[in-house]
Design a protein around this ligand. Structure first.
Ligand SMILES: [Zn+2]
Length: 273
């Protein structure tokens, strides 16, 4: 791919973009739903939707809408990023592992975000990204996003804002797991996932919820049963349907609102430069 000169403001990424030995990445094995060009559903990812059409048109091809399979690994910790993903209906979890192999989920990325932020920090990934919920995502070479970041102030501001929102989510979740009751945490988790899925039924097993909250599965079973008895959710065969959103919000701690407001504040639409 031809690499054009970069503005000085893109200096941290210039090395990554101009790296002459970086091979053209082989496309991972994902079923392509829609090819490059106008058919790609930009607006169904909230981060991309915050950019105007003019920005998208200036971005070089190729971008594709692909299907991500449940359990598929998008990148391992320590890898150089070759591709970045903007989820549409897929949900991707980011996890970290200690030396014993014990893994903990640190965040989930849905249609509000992008899997590929290590691009902003030398392109070295510290977390593993795996598909938690199968679905579609817009895929582009990491180099393409790096070029957009270096050339387009609006892209740069948006990715930095998303990075800030994600950090705020991780920090708030850490506080939540230490100070708030499990039922409150579960309400926060369900509400955030419901936002990421635009209100559709959520595919989450009790095992997945327990891993995400860092607690035993039995504890999640009890808390979910209480929410179901209160008529706030319907839970069956790994599917959660939200029946009473306001009731869940009333039972959740403040953390849901704090995280939600951060995303709304930071990810507002970006004007064309
Ligand atoms: Zn909390």
């Amino acid at each position: 791919m031809k690499v054009n000169p970069l503005p000085s403001s893109g200096a941290p990424l210039a090395a990554a973009v101009a790296r002459p030995w970086l091979p053209s990445p082989a496309a991972p094995a994902h079923a392509v739903l829609q090819g490059a060009g106008h058919a790609v559903p930009w607006r169904q990812n909230h981060l991309l939707a915050a950019l105007s059409d003019a920005h998208h048109l200036r971005w070089p091809a190729p971008t594709e809408c692909v299907h991500l399979r449940q359990g598929q690994t998008l990148h391992e910790a320590g890898e150089m990023l070759q591709w970045v993903y903007f989820p549409v209906t897929a949900l991707v979890s980011l996890s970290m592992q200690d030396r014993t192999g014990e893994a903990i989920d640190i965040a989930a990325v849905g249609r509000e975000g992008v899997v590929g932020l290590p691009l902003l920090d030398g392109n070295y990934t510290r977390s593993r990204a795996a598909v938690q919920l199968a679905g579609s995502a817009i895929r582009m070479p990491a180099l393409t996003l790096a070029e957009g970041f270096a050339r387009e102030p609006a892209v740069r501001e948006l990715l930095l804002a998303y990075s800030q929102a994600l950090v705020a989510q991780v920090m708030q979740t850490a506080l939540c797991s230490r100070h708030h009751a499990l039922e409150q945490q579960l309400c926060r988790l369900i509400l955030l996932r419901a936002d990421q899925q635009d209100g559709a039924a959520l595919s989450m097993t009790q095992e997945t919820m327990a891993t995400m909250l860092g607690v035993r599965r039995e504890s999640v079973t009890l808390a979910a049963a209480r929410l179901q008895q209160a008529g706030l959710i319907r839970y069956a065969r790994g599917q959660i349907e939200v029946l009473g959103r306001q009731g869940l919000q009333a039972r959740a701690c403040d953390c849901y609102g704090v995280i939600r407001r951060e995303f709304d504040r930071l990810l507002r639409p970006r004007p064309v430069a």
